[in-house]
Design a protein around this ligand. Structure first.
Ligand code: ATR
Length: 267
């Protein structure tokens, strides 16, 4: 059975190593391949899932939103998020899911955090923020403060969340973190050397649990500073792992060996 990932670029993805390690360990005759798909060929690539009988694919940048129009059905949470990262081929019917947000929630819960009733600050209002926010909402978060450089985008996301459950507020700048339990960076700030911090240093109080969705580098300036302040932290490797575990399960119906997949991410 074949599965894979559609992306542009796709060369640096860790997903093939992670999934193929699990297939190997389970003795499954499955293979996960990276496919470099240009935006203008996405429709043809999705059609090829059916034509070639792939069991499904992951979808990554820049196709997560645009893939939806080519699918037969999209699961409720993926529809709310407006993005799909996993496609399952059910005998020719292509169904879209989003395991990114659930993967993040799972990685946070793994540390012992109980999300129900928590007050959370989310930095950013792009695709990653949408996935994380809607999954946090399903997990019972009580307050979500969306902070984004472009205020309009934060307001749009807060409005979409509040249409489901009145938990969100939006702001263009963060003045205080007091009363909040968790801070999550979903912006791209920290990916590149020399990026500014996504929040002011003085706002990092030791009681905050600080999460950065970035996993390369594994320790962003935000994570380093938060640790110095005594905060508990996680980076984005857990989310990468668990979105993969959940996708694997959707394709195979099997719970994969998580340790094997996690080890594959460490190389
Ligand atoms: P993703 O799918 O990874 O979330 P995205 O949809 O392009 O990617 O969103 C990127 C996020 O990082 C946005 O919240 C963006 O803020 P804007 O909506 O104002 O663009 C944020 N971001 C990117 N570069 C930034 C910067 N230099 N300063 C502040 N925020 C930044």
């Amino acid at each position: 059975m074949l599965v894979g990932i559609f992306g542009h670029p796709v060369e640096h993805t860790f997903s093939p190593a992670m999934h193929n390690a699990a297939f190997d360990r389970l003795g499954l005759n499955w293979c996960y391949l990276p496919f470099h798909v240009l935006p203008e060929r996405l429709g043809e690539a999705v059609e090829a899932i059916r034509a070639l009988g792939l069991r499904g694919v992951n979808v990554t940048v820049p196709h997560k939103e645009s893939v939806i129009r080519y699918l037969d059905r999209v699961d409720d949470e993926a529809a709310r998020i407006g993005a799909v990262n996993t496609v399952v081929n059910e005998e020719g019917m292509l169904v879209g899911y989003n395991t990114d947000g659930k993967g993040f929630v799972r990685s946070l819960e793994e540390t012992g955090v109980i999300i129900a009733g928590k007050k959370i600050i989310v930095l950013g209002a792009g695709g990653a923020a949408r996935a994380v926010c809607f999954s946090l909402l399903s997990a019972g978060v009580s307050d979500l403060l969306i902070v984004n450089r472009t205020l309009e985008r934060a307001k749009q996301l807060a409005g979409d969340i509040n249409a489901v459950s009145k938990a969100a507020k939006a702001t263009g700048s963060l003045n205080s973190t007091s009363g909040y339990d968790i801070l999550i960076n979903t912006t791209s700030l920290g990916l590149h050397n020399g990026d500014p911090m996504p929040i002011e240093d003085s706002l990092l109080s030791s009681s905050l649990f600080v999460c950065d969705l970035i996993y390369n580098p594994t320790r962003t300036h935000l994570i380093c500073l938060a640790e110095k302040r005594g905060c508990k932290t996680i980076n984005g490797l857990g989310m990468l792992l668990w979105q993969g575990v959940l996708a694997f399960n959707l394709w195979t119906g099997i719970m994969p060996p998580v340790e094997v997949m996690s080890d594959a991410l460490r190389v």
